[in-house]
Design a protein around this ligand. Structure first.
Ligand code: TRP
Length: 453
């Protein structure tokens, strides 16, 4: 029965389309904006190593788990959990997992859109040549002045959210696929070009050293949690985004291969961002731990100095905005799909309401950079709090539950059938990772942070 069901939102036109869209959701601000600045804040190499381990041992198996849950039910995450718990004869409370995901999606989108708004504003700044000939302190001043103005941030945030809503309104086939198809190769090519620039700076090897030579004395319990949270965040795991995409996935696609390709591409883009940014940091006497502004304070230096930098700067920020768009549509889609399927909303109305709620929540982040900069709870401003709550708590908790569900609750024949592993050994490896390694890792990292371990 289940096998013949198709999602009411249509299906991907091919395996390639699914990989593109899921990679589009994974690659975004998380790779280019967040990965470098948290790597900078957490001391470099050792943090990167922990991050890579998390991607390999937790991220990839969980991505497979999430995709298979979505494909099995062909529904939105909340409904998916309802259907699959029934199928497995499990406790009804599992469907709260879907709720957790929708809530995390809103919260993440609320600040994601603000930062994507920064990237959009930087397209215009690049176009008007604001960076050419500017020295590092002038570039920093451009950023500081920009984020000090709530009105400007509100404007760009609103514009970005509107764009997200317009794409989502058009539904998956038309809207999603087209926008990602051109973007990824383009982004990749630009980044390779910029690595070329980074190689010419005198901070190149210092940058690489910072990024790749682990100094374990810099690793704290909290930075391990941040590395794990970033693996979830960057791969779009733990909240049902990939589950929704899985729901649109045709039967004949290998979930195992697709997950590895997606995670590989995502990791490469993040590392490239680091390889570009840290040499610029060290060759200009900047500090790696300057926080969320890091990308916006470093890359423009390159654009102001490198050959063809004006054009590269414009193209790069445009690519970044598109990368952010292909992620923001994944963040909002679980809520939209749920409103349509369970609440009988039209697609238009569902997009409108989800977009408005996330937009309004975004003001908390906007004001964290200016008028509410000193409003702190648990030593964090509102933006940092939302980020911590979502990436470091909600996503790992969601991931933990997904691992338990796919590994222990769902019938083995079902997961085996969906994964369609080439041999029994690969299935066993996957099962071992989702049953033991992923849940235990999340659990131990949590214990470590609260100081029990
Ligand atoms: N992965 C995206 C990025 O790195 C952000 C994102 C999209 C996301 N969908 C998600 C994060 C779902 C968590 C969950 O930019």
């Amino acid at each position: 029965m289940m096998d013949e069901k198709k999602s009411q939102h249509g299906e991907w036109s091919s395996r390639f389309a699914f990989i593109l869209a899921a990679t589009g959701s994974a690659v975004g601000l998380g790779n280019i904006w967040k990965f470098p600045y948290i790597t900078g804040e957490n001391g470099g190499g050792a943090f990167v190593l922990v991050y890579l381990l998390c991607v390999l041992l937790i991220g990839i198996p969980l991505m497979m788990a999430e995709t298979l849950l979505g494909r099995r039910s062909k529904e939105n995450p909340i409904h998916t959990m309802e259907i699959l718990t029934k199928e497995a004869g499990a406790d009804k409370n599992w469907h709260y997992l879907g709720w957790l995901g929708v809530a995390a999606g809103f919260l993440i989108l609320s600040y994601y859109s603000v930062i994507a708004g920064w990237a959009s504003a930087y397209v215009v700044k690049a176009f008007f040549g604001s960076f050419s000939g500017a020295n590092p302190s002038e570039i920093k001043a451009i950023f500081d002045n920009f984020v000090a103005s709530p009105m400007q941030l509100i404007f760009w945030h609103s514009l970005f959210m509107l764009a997200t809503m317009l794409i989502v309104v058009r539904g998956i086939e038309k809207g999603f696929e087209k926008s990602v198809r051109f973007l990824l190769p383009w982004l990749f090519a630009l980044m390779i070009l910029m690595v070329g620039y980074a190689m010419t700076t005198d901070g190149y090897f210092k940058g690489l050293n910072f990024l790749f030579r682990p100094d374990f004395s810099k690793l704290t319990a909290d930075s391990i949690l941040v590395a794990m949270g970033q693996a979830f965040f960057s791969l779009s795991l733990g909240m049902g985004s990939i589950m929704v995409y899985g729901a649109y996935l045709p039967k004949d696609v290998s979930i195992t291969k697709a997950s590895m390709i997606i995670a590989g591409a995502d990791t490469i883009i993040a590392l490239l961002a680091g390889i570009i940014i840290f040499p610029i940091v060290f060759s200009n006497g900047l500090h790696p731990n300057s926080g969320p502004g890091l990308v916006f304070e470093t890359l423009p230096i390159a654009f102001g100095n490198m050959f063809g930098g004006w054009l590269v700067g414009i193209l790069f920020f445009v690519a970044l905005v598109f990368a952010a768009l292909s992620s923001s549509i994944a963040l909002i889609e679980p809520a939209v799909a749920w409103l349509i399927e369970n609440k009988g909303f039209t697609r238009e109305k569902a997009c409108l309401w989800s977009g408005l709620v996330a937009w309004a929540l975004g003001f908390a982040t906007i004001f964290s950079f200016n008028i509410w900069a000193n409003v702190k709870l648990f030593e964090r401003n509102l933006f940092e709090l939302i980020d911590y709550l979502t990436a470091n708590l909600m996503l790992p908790i969601g991931g933990f539950c997904i691992a338990i569900f796919a590994g222990w609750i769902m019938h083995q024949e079902h997961s085996k059938q969906e994964l369609d592993c080439p041999d029994n050994l690969s299935y066993k490896i996957w099962q071992f990772l989702v049953r033991y390694i992923a849940p235990a890792a999340v659990f131990l990292v949590f214990l470590n942070v609260v100081g029990v371990l």
